[in-house]
Design a protein around this ligand. Structure first.
Ligand SMILES: [Zn+2]
Length: 411
């Protein structure tokens, strides 16, 4: 894997955590001004305030280390780590949080505040009063983007942010960190998206085990937050093509469809109430297989076969893993809040993805190609364009039902 890809993944991992983990909306510090007051009071005894929902990520021992680190800088740095959700005490806005807390601190004249970021709650945002003398804003943003922070947790990133503020070269650090996100450029993609060859070529090229959408958000954000002349849009580098994966999956999907066909033929009409359902799923799986244009469709074949098998067995189990159906059948259901959405979805996930969510890491996600050619998590596509986004491969609704209604629409 190229260094560029690693950097990209690093940045993503830092950004996606909260959205994927579905941070609890409620925090323990109450509402409105009283929440700000409570945080400000806590900051009088320690420069580090950590909401209890972050206590696993930044346990008391780490909080003490952070406080000591801050003390050594000799700077008026305070850290507030708290989930931010729209509608909460600070309306999910780190600017409101920072302002409210500052208003309630005695040392408000000179203050450097490092808070959770409203847009990406596991990344950080820096504030400094009376002016940005220590380049705090850029220093703090850079901390989560550095290559060395690849596998870092919130405590490490916060410590790094403190170091970078103390160093005072935030602007340079931020530029270095974001320049790293650009690198080479993806292969030129000519013409429209309609050619299936160029589509699958692009899809393969852009297959990457992390949701790339967030990276685009990052890139956009990088541009938006800069008041200076906008730097060139970072060109993203994706994983190299893995054509073998698709060929292999296609063979497996074919074998599974055949096996389902044989089992349905052998089934006894009298004792198999789900037979018609299974036959329908078998027919749909065959159609999708014939028309499959890449991994998302081939994974859909597996989901339809699974539905058919369950119908035959008369015991519907959990569907395939929502985040990546190639992980196999899910082990449990869990609530998950997509990036930028308020409502939680109930999705079925494999053990590995469940672990990732619990550990506030980004699960490995199956990507699909958006209309503009970008690789995005398959579930980010509009449901009208992708049966798989609409059904979540069975997590949201039955793949067969999704397939049928997409066919009905196409007619
Ligand atoms: Zn999974």
């Amino acid at each position: 894997m190229s260094t560029d890809v690693k950097r990209v993944i690093t940045a993503l991992a830092a950004l996606l955590l909260t959205a994927l983990a579905g941070t609890p909306a409620r925090a323990a510090d109450g509402d409105g001004p009283s929440a700000g007051q409570r945080i400000a009071s806590a900051l009088r005894t320690s420069p580090v305030y950590v909401d209890e929902s972050y206590a696993d990520a930044v346990p008391p021992a780490r909080q003490r280390q952070l406080a000591e680190r801050i003390r050594r800088t000799g700077l008026p740095i305070k850290v507030v780590l708290r989930p931010l959700t729209k509608g909460d005490a600070f309306d999910g806005d780190s600017d409101v949080l920072a302002g409210t807390v500052r208003d309630r601190l005695p040392e408000r004249r000179e203050l450097i505040l490092i808070t959770t970021d409203s847009d990406f709650s596991d990344s950080l945002k820096g504030y400094e009063w009376p002016s940005d003398t220590h380049q705090t804003r850029d220093a703090v943003s850079a901390a989560g983007l550095l290559d060395e922070m690849r596998d870092a947790g919130l405590a490490d990133v916060t410590a790094k942010a403190v170091d970078l503020v103390a160093e005072g070269k935030g602007r340079q650090r931020y530029e270095e960190a974001t320049a790293d996100l650009g690198g080479g450029s993806p292969p030129a993609k000519s013409g429209s998206n309609s050619g299936s060859d160029s589509d699958s070529g692009w899809l393969l090229w852009s297959l990457i085990a992390v949701p790339v959408l967030a990276l685009t958000v990052l890139a956009t954000r990088t541009l938006l937050r800069s008041r200076e002349p906008a730097p060139a849009v970072p060109q993203l580098v994706f994983a190299t093509a893995r054509a073998a994966d698709e060929a292999e999956l296609r063979r497996r999907a074919e074998a599974e469809v055949l096996a389902l066909g044989e089992t349905t033929q052998a089934a006894d009409v009298a004792t198999t109430p789900g037979l018609q359902h299974a036959l329908d799923a078998y027919a749909a799986a065959g159609t999708v297989l014939d028309e499959a244009r890449g991994l998302p469709d081939l994974a859909g074949v597996l989901a339809l076969v699974q539905e058919g098998r369950d119908a035959l067995a008369g015991s519907p189990g959990l569907p395939l893993c929502f985040f990546n159906p190639l992980h196999g059948r899910a082990a449990r259901r869990t609530g998950w809040r997509p990036l930028g959405r308020r409502e939680r979805l109930d999705v079925a996930v494999c053990e590995e993805c469940a672990d990732a969510l619990r550990g506030r890491r980004a699960p490995e996600v199956l990507t699909d190609t958006a209309q503009d050619g970008r690789a995005v998590p398959y579930f980010e596509l509009p449901g009208g364009r992708s049966v798989w986004a609409a059904t979540g491969y069975g997590s949201l609704t039955s793949p067969l039902a999704g397939f049928n209604s997409s066919r009905a629409r196409a007619r």
